[in-house]
Design a protein around this ligand. Sequence first.
Ligand code: ZN
Length: 259
Amino acid sequence: MTSEELFREDATLLQCTATVLAVDEAGVVLDRTVFYPLSGGQAGDTGTLTTAGGAVLAIADTRKHKAHPGAIAHVPAAGADLSAFTPGTTVHAQVNAARRLAHRRFHTATHLLCALVPHPVDGCSITETYARLDFHTAEPLDKETLTAGIARLVAGAHPVSHRWISEAELDANPQLVRSMSVQPPRGLGRIRVLDIAGVDLQPCGGTHVGNTAEVGAVIVTKIEKKSAMTRRVVLGFAEPPPAPPRDQASSHGTGSAGP
Ligand SMILES: [Zn+2]
């Protein structure tokens, strides 16, 4: 039981049709999916699965299936009704677009950070609201310098692309592996590498933007000394979060009448 990973080739693809292969305690397994499972520090996608009959299943998270390597489990929201999602059912899978875009922008931004900081990475987390990268070093890092460095690489509009290389090719170029905690998966015969033209090249299975310009206004919000040999860099979006919907804002009633 395996799931075709459509997100590996096209991170902009947000929907697909698929067939339910299994439903178990891990979640709903499809034959193909646009949902990215938690891995490489990047959080899993959320979204919906909808049957032709109109039954909608909210997906709260996506994970690699522990019992079935190669299968992806779509984790239903708590209390969800799974009765319409039996094996063989055709579904429309739809990823939460705003969350995916945040993951893509932050993930590429963490690779820009790797290009700016010449130390090994020993931890990484990419979420919808922030990203953090732990560098194995005793040297202090400067918030303003790194924010300016990211802005320069974003303004440089460097193309971002992926390709697949053989394990032999990776073995011949061990410097490609930047992360101490996450080694690229072996045994599949090929390894995905993420290339930011002229800036950074490393094994990565994550979803990225197509050009560093799309990273937009990402800044270093915090640098923490987690241990004697760990400096944590936290990234955030510089722009304010979107304003609440108009009806919600006005329902609080400020008492002011008219303009
Ligand atoms: Zn990556």
